[in-house]
Design a protein around this ligand. Structure first.
Ligand code: ADP
Ligand code: MG
Length: 323
């Protein structure tokens, strides 16, 4: 059984039929549409700045229901600070508000991400599902600072990811995120240990420290005896475990995975997913996992489905029956 759950702060709550309440095709605000304060010199615009969470929190006149992290509805205007349980206003690991991403493709404009609002609490493990081309990778790239949104805002552990300098964004991204991709993205000429230590060396860490941490990370994924092997000398599952080691070596608080088991057979998928679940349980690492695999999603605590650039549903995932 799945319980419906809506996103905190979503201005257009998703109904059970998947339709948004109003104006589902509302366009993002660009430079010319925004009054003072919205536009910035880099061309990026904070959409909906006049409707900040703060104003809602004080209970303005909007016809708006605030949904707490535990799924209960707080009617507008009732002073939710008194009624939402404590956990709900801890700083979220990841928060996105009114995110849009438009691509120009020849004459036409592709709306890859359309008015996405998302709040991921620290320690959550969330699956993102949806048909190919619905905007999952684009969303992940925007949430992690790889690709800039056309409008909207993202914050990582309470810190703004956009509207800051490129250097500051690179630092925040490097410190906060680990990445795991479908095709592992290992450098073929480097050994497993060299692949894992590379991000630390690029950050300027001393080689002996970097190697020590890389070997510890490889041990965590059960590959302590494969440090000298190159990717081609490892199975697909082992290569993905090296990629997991690389993602965790700098101890990020959030790990973003784009189809992490897409190139693995069923059994190997299960092994890799067990490893990620264990990290989520033991280290309280936050996970956002794009996947086509219902078995992977079933291991997550929450599943977001996307369609045509929008969030369609956001539900608590019932844990599988004990075997
Ligand atoms: P998914 O990961 O769900 O398969 P994507 O996020 O890769 O979807 O793509 C969403 C939409 O944006 C698709 O229509 C895709 O063709 C388009 N798109 C993605 N990246 C670009 C780009 N760099 N330029 C133009 N269109 C793009
Ligand atoms: Mg994709």
């Amino acid at each position: 059984m799945r319980l419906d759950r809506r996103i905190d702060g979503a201005p257009l709550p998703v109904h059970s039929d998947g339709q948004t309440k109003s104006d589902p095709l509302g366009k993002p605000q660009f430079h010319d549409d925004v009054g003072d304060g919205g536009a910035r010199s880099d061309g990026f615009v904070m959409a909906s700045t006049s409707k900040s969470f703060g104003q809602r929190a004080e209970g303005n006149d909007d016809d708006f229901e605030f949904i707490g992290s535990f799924g209960h509805v707080v009617p507008s205007g009732q002073g939710f600070m008194n009624t939402i349980p404590f956990g709900s206003y801890m700083t979220p690991a990841l928060e996105a508000h009114s995110l849009w991403k438009l691509y120009e493709a020849g004459e036409s404009l592709v709306e890859a991400v359309r008015d996405v609002n998302i709040k991921i609490d620290s320690g959550e493990m969330v699956a993102v599902m949806g048909p190919s081309g619905c905007g999952k990778t684009t969303l992940l790239n925007i949430l992690s600072g790889i690709d800039e949104p056309s409008s909207g805002m993202v914050s990582v552990n309470g810190e703004k990811l956009y509207g800051i300098s490129d250097d500051a964004r690179t630092d925040l991204r490097g410190a906060s995120f680990g990445f795991i991709f479908q095709d592992f993205n290992l450098l073929p000429v480097l050994s497993a240990a060299e692949n894992v230590e590379l991000p630390l060396l690029l950050k300027g860490e001393a080689p002996h420290e970097a190697r020590k941490k890389a070997l510890e990370a490889l041990e965590m994924v059960g590959l302590e005896d494969r440090g000298e092997h190159r990717p081609a000398e490892l199975s697909g599952g082992q290569q993905q475990r090296v990629a997991v080691a690389r993602a965790i070596v700098h101890q990020p608080s959030i790990i973003l995975c784009d189809e992490p088991t897409g190139n693995l057979d069923n059994n190997t998928s299960k092994e890799v997913m067990s490893l990620l679940s264990e990290m989520n349980r033991n280290q309280r690492t936050t996970f956002l996992i794009v996947t086509h695999d219902a078995n992977i999603a079933a291991k997550c605590q929450r599943t977001i489905t996307m369609s045509d650039g929008m969030v369609l549903t956001d539900s608590i995932t019932t844990p599988p029956e004990e075997e």
